[in-house]
Design a protein around this ligand. Structure first.
Ligand SMILES: Cc1ncc(COP(=O)(O)O)c(C=O)c1O
Length: 384
């Protein structure tokens, strides 16, 4: 479909093309020196000791769960208001996801009070997700984790470049996971990154990213090794050099791209406040610096969401829902006993949420047009 305002769009220029071309011409495509540069630049940007690039954000989450030692019999507390990959990664290890509620309809990240209610003697870890790039209540969560000896893992797929108390989101817990899927703040098409400050975790991750092997094809190509041993049950979660080259360019664009996302977010807030005050806009109070990944709004309770989204579609505006809650998917609903607490706020948010278009290349005029269309659709529905 040819959208007048799509939900998201690439933020690419000639530099991305040139970077990929250089890799193709170099004759070395699989994981090697460019990936190492990308990892080092990413680690430096977020202030982590180590960064490890992988095929996608889901692979990063899976490896984080494995490196944290999760397995059958362990419980992991996480939000249901997230992309299903967050919960699937826990299940890949045989551990049990236990869903906690979110803070409020005004702040859509996992609630520390709800986490506390979910803790049992089997709880090993908290896997949190910085929804839309806005920070979870990290001081409270870290305090809870310390007092119950729990591992904190961060799904920072939405949060590249975001900060809380001077510290990058993704670097608060023992392991942070990022996604570079094509709608993310920085993209390599498919791609992901893990970060950690712990040498032993990094070494383990490095080995299980590539079949559990002690050396890479790249090491042998460089003459550093002739053979290898296999010391763990690993995977092929390697990224390639084309994607790493894209990642390096995109990382450079991230601060400016996030600044533009912030400007548009502020413009939306101002215009919607004037012209569609019946919409509830979460994340209005200040808590750190968001990555402004998406712009969620909540429709008035009882309002027909599909009619609203169809109404905007008629104006050429693409919207989305973040998210159908994980505990309501058939495969998870079958295991409803896994839910630690009633997910009242999650269910309310999930039934009212609509995500509006947001991407760095969007103009002020396009944002104003979206708001104008929203005003008309809300008014038309009311008078229908
Ligand atoms: C919150 C969240 N977690 C995990 C993922 C999975 O990342 P990927 O698509 O790179 O596997 C995504 C993105 O798609 C996401 O938005």
């Amino acid at each position: 479909m040819d959208w007048r305002v799509p939900l998201a769009d690439l933020n690419f220029g000639p530099e991305e093309e040139e970077a990929v071309l250089q890799v193709v011409r170099s004759g070395w495509l699989s994981m090697g020196g460019v990936t190492r540069q990308f990892e080092q630049a990413f680690a430096e940007t977020v202030g982590a000791k180590h960064a490890l690039a992988v095929t996608n954000g889901t692979a990063a989450l899976h490896l984080a769960c494995l490196a944290a030692g999760l397995g059958p019999g362990d419980e992991v507390i996480l939000p249901s208001l997230t992309f299903v990959a967050t919960a699937n990664a826990v299940r890949y290890t045989g551990a049990t996801p236990v869903f906690a509620d979110v803070e409020s309809t005004g702040w859509l990240t996992i609630s520390p009070a709800s986490i506390k209610e979910c803790i049992t003697e089997k709880t090993r870890a908290i896997m949190l997700m910085h929804y839309a790039g806005y920070a979870c209540d990290m001081p409270a969560i870290m305090q809870l984790a310390r007092s119950h000896s729990l591992i904190v893992l961060e799904d920072a797929a939405h949060a590249a470049g975001a900060l809380l108390d001077g510290r990058r989101l993704g670097t608060w817990g023992r392991l942070g996971c990022y996604s570079f899927f094509s709608n993310k703040n920085m993209t390599t098409g498919e791609g992901g990154m893990l970060v950690t400050n712990e040498d032993a975790l990094y070494e383990h991750l490095r080995i299980i990213r590539s079949h559990g092997m002690t050396t890479l094809t790249w090491d042998r190509h460089q003459g550093h090794a002739w053979s290898y041993d296999v010391v763990d049950l690993g995977y092929n979660y390697r990224i390639d050099e084309m994607r790493s080259a894209l990642g390096l360019v995109q990382l450079g664009r991230l601060p400016e791209a996030n600044r533009r996302r912030k400007q548009l977010t502020e413009l939306y807030r101002e215009l919607l406040g004037q012209r569609a005050p019946e919409l509830q806009i979460p994340f209005r109070v200040s808590r750190g610096e968001s990555g402004y990944h998406i712009f969620p709004v909540l429709l008035p309770p009882g309002r027909d969401r599909i009619a609203f989204m169809d109404g905007l579609k008629a104006y050429g505006i693409q919207t989305s829902i973040h998210y159908p809650p994980v505990h309501q998917f058939r495969i998870y609903a079958a295991n409803r006993q896994e839910a630690g607490v009633p997910l009242t706020i999650t269910e309310e948010v999930a039934s009212r949420e609509v995500t509006l278009p947001l991407y760095p290349g969007m103009s002020d005029e396009q944002a104003a047009w979206v708001v104008e269309a929203i005003e008309k659709v809300l008014h038309d529905e009311k008078t229908r």
